[in-house]
Design a protein around this ligand. Structure first.
Ligand code: NAD
Length: 332
């Protein structure tokens, strides 16, 4: 039997990527929808054969408890709503796949983990890159010692944001580009180094005084020192197009992944002393990453295993991002 997802929030990531991905899967399906827009919900429901009786609003969301055709929810709401809907879903007896960043605060993350533990439900944070083959290849090259001793990591990820996005609203977004896209650089550094940063320091700035950055930061730059001595320097912005990449400098060579965080075409090149150059271009097409992610969580549910990108993993990034904000003099 397929694992049955209830989609919470009909925005870009759910409608354009996650939901189409379920159609490519033999392990999962969409059986319910939660939306504040009845017409949009009806249109999407028709595309996925979801019956009217399985369309919910944010107000009657808790009724999913009575729907035996839902195993898990996929939460694709603004960041500031992740905690509330994760907790309500767990209390309704459903497993939770929640989008990144996990939540706005450490306290919210802890409450999400506690609610899922109490209800004996699985909680996964949608770090699709942690399941993506090219990222795993990069991690293997680093952790096998093929690059020698890693000295430095550089990474960046950002874009030029339009006015009017919920991402510019502090309550809904929790912060600016760091929470939204800088998190990819942060998570990649930790995941690929296989270590947790010991100390860090950060700066932030606003260059465009055009109303977009009244509530959240425009730029953040931070450096982390890992226990082995690796120094990772990262940048994120909402003021310029900054294609996601990371570059890793080891005593035996250099590894470069760019694009690193997109939905397809992840490209790794590596030059290792005494070895042939590595050129690994992922051929899969969007929404394959999302199919893999939906299937992975389904396997965790069916096999009763804890997801790698767990709630605790999501919490680690939130703790570090709060440290970055404090170091930059923000979010006191
Ligand atoms: P979006 O703006 O396209 O969609 C947000 C959805 O939330 C919409 O359906 C909107 O109607 C609904 N919503 C409910 N209450 C709302 C409110 N008060 N204000 C605004 N919207 C409200 O956003 P998105 O890009 O789909 O992002 C959703 C989540 O997915 C975010 O947490 C984001 O960080 C995450 N995301 C993840 C990836 C990834 O690759 N994993 C990519 C993009 C976004």
């Amino acid at each position: 039997r397929r694992v049955r997802y209830c989609i919470v929030g009909l925005g870009r990531i759910s409608m354009d990527h996650f939901m189409p991905a379920t159609k490519m899967s033999s392990m999962v399906e969409v059986t319910a929808i939660v939306s504040g827009h009845p017409e949009k919900a009806k249109r999407q429901a028709a595309m996925y054969n979801v019956p009217d009786s399985s369309i919910y609003t944010y107000e009657n969301f808790d009724r999913i408890r009575d729907n035996t055709n839902i195993d898990a929810v996929y939460i694709a709401l603004p960041n500031g709503m992740h905690a509330e809907y994760t907790i309500r879903a767990a209390q309704a007896g459903k497993h939770v796949l929640c989008e990144k960043p996990m939540a706005n605060t450490v306290e919210q993350c802890e409450a999400m983990i506690a609610a899922c533990d109490k209800a004996n439900r699985k909680l996964m944070i949608a770090y699709r890159c942690q399941l993506e083959p090219t990222t795993l290849h990069a991690r293997k090259l680093v952790q096998s010692g093929a690059l020698g001793k890693i000295q430095a990591i550089e990474s960046a990820n950002g874009f030029n944001i339009a006015q009017g996005e919920w991402r510019l609203n502090r309550k809904l977004a929790g912060g600016g580009p760091l929470m939204d896209v800088g998190i990819y650089s942060l998570n990649a550094c930790r995941f690929i180094a296989g270590e947790e940063p010991g100390v860090l320091s950060a700066y932030s700035s606003v260059i465009d005084h055009d109303g977009r950055f009244d509530e959240v930061e425009e730029n953040v730059s931070w450096t982390m020192k890992f226990p082995s001595g690796i120094l990772a320097s990262c940048n994120t912005t909402y003021g310029a197009s900054m294609d996601g990449f990371y570059r890793i400098h080891g005593s035996k060579g250099t590894l470069h992944v760019e694009p690193a965080f997109g939905y397809q075409g992840i490209h790794l090149t590596a030059h290792l002393r005494g070895a042939e150059a590595v050129d690994d271009l992922e051929q899969e097409k969007d929404p394959a990453q999302f199919t893999r992610q939906a299937d992975y969580f389904a396997k965790c549910i069916v096999g009763d295993t804890k997801p790698g990108p767990s709630g605790e993993e999501g919490l680690r990034d939130i703790k570090l991002m709060m440290q970055i904000y404090r170091s930059a003099g923000l979010h006191s």
